[in-house]
Design a protein around this ligand. Structure first.
Ligand SMILES: C[S@@+](CC[C@H](N)C(=O)[O-])C[C@H]1O[C@@H](n2cnc3c(N)ncnc32)[C@H](O)[C@@H]1O
Length: 283
């Protein structure tokens, strides 16, 4: 990704920040299994110093701040000002004092070598400017033997939370085929791709695990439709290209495709993520 593409990515996230704030409770709930997966994988516990890379509206930083407790700490990072502001405001509302905030990009971390015990990143690695440099940076700032752990989405076919809408829209409007290395939620969906980047960045014991879970929340199809079409810049862009006449047809087709995921006032989508971890080599 060149710097121009990177600034487009950051602008898109800046535009998304208010929606990630608006839906923060649902986001925390829906993606909680991803945070648990990262905490388990990186063996995060009381008293640790944890770096969160690309923390968005605050997760997993806010959850981990409670796990490490007052003897530990969390350094939340994100390159987008709007994201940092919303996460910081939420930490303030919750009275969390062991969490610190820095606006920075994954590929240029403003921290000393070995400043943290572990580094984690939830759903952010797909947007890194230069993933190998970013993983090297994460390894540089953690202690010898410390873990880096990233969670990314698995294939779109295994993630109907996303594909039920995009599959329908793509039938109506043609979009140019994307470069598989372009910043996108599914950039690392191919098994082994992100693990290969960890190996390239000299992480030790690079491992990839598949995490299957349910994206669940007590919301209706209508609320799901609103949340998805607001939160995603890609969808906002695609929707903007539809004619007003296409919109109700598309929404109805999505409602039909999504019906089986909404039962008794609850949304439940099967989902697949990949947790990719490695360790900082011990010299
Ligand atoms: C899908 S959101 C995930 C946010 C949060 N971790 C969560 O799981 O709710 C992706 C985040 O990656 C951040 N991001 C984009 N480019 C980045 C970069 N170069 N370095 C670090 N984070 C980046 C975005 O600003 C955004 O907050």
């Amino acid at each position: 990704m060149n710097p121009e593409e990177q600034s487009k990515v950051l602008e898109a996230w800046q535009a998304s920040a208010r929606y990630w704030d608006k839906y923060r409770v649902l986001i925390a709930q829906m993606f909680a299994p991803l945070t648990s997966g990262l905490v388990e994988e990186a063996q995060i516990g009381i008293g640790q110093k944890v770096l969160d890379i690309g923390g968005g509206s605050g997760e997993p930083s806010l959850t981990i701040s409670c796990i490490v407790g007052p003897t530990g700490s969390v350094m939340y990072t994100d390159p987008v000002a709007g994201m940092v502001e919303t996460a910081q405001a939420e930490a303030g509302r919750r009275g969390l004092i062991n969490i610190h905030f820095r606006q920075c990009s994954a590929d240029d971390l403003p921290f000393e070598d070995r400043a943290f015990d572990v580094a984690v990143s939830r759903l952010s690695a797909m947007f890194f400017l230069d993933p190998v440099t970013a993983v090297r940076e994460a390894l540089r700032v953690i202690v010898e033997g410390g873990y880096v752990a990233f969670v990314v989405w698995g294939p779109t076919e295994a993630n109907p939370f996303f594909s039920t809408i995009t599959d329908v829209i793509d039938r109506f409007v043609e979009f140019p085929k994307q470069d598989p290395d372009a910043p996108d939620a599914f950039r690392f969906a191919v098994p082994g791709k992100l693990a290969g980047i960890l190996v390239k960045a000299d992480a030790e014991n690079a491992i990839e695990r598949q995490l299957n879970f349910q994206i669940e929340a007590a919301i209706s199809f209508e609320q799901f439709w609103q949340l998805r079409t607001e939160m995603s810049e890609t969808l906002r862009e695609k929707m903007a290209r539809l004619t007003p006449a296409q919109l109700p047809t598309i929404k109805q087709a999505v409602a039909d495709a999504a019906r089986r995921y909404f039962v008794s006032g609850k949304m439940s989508f099967p989902a697949e993520a990949l947790i990719v971890s490695g360790r900082n080599p011990t010299i």
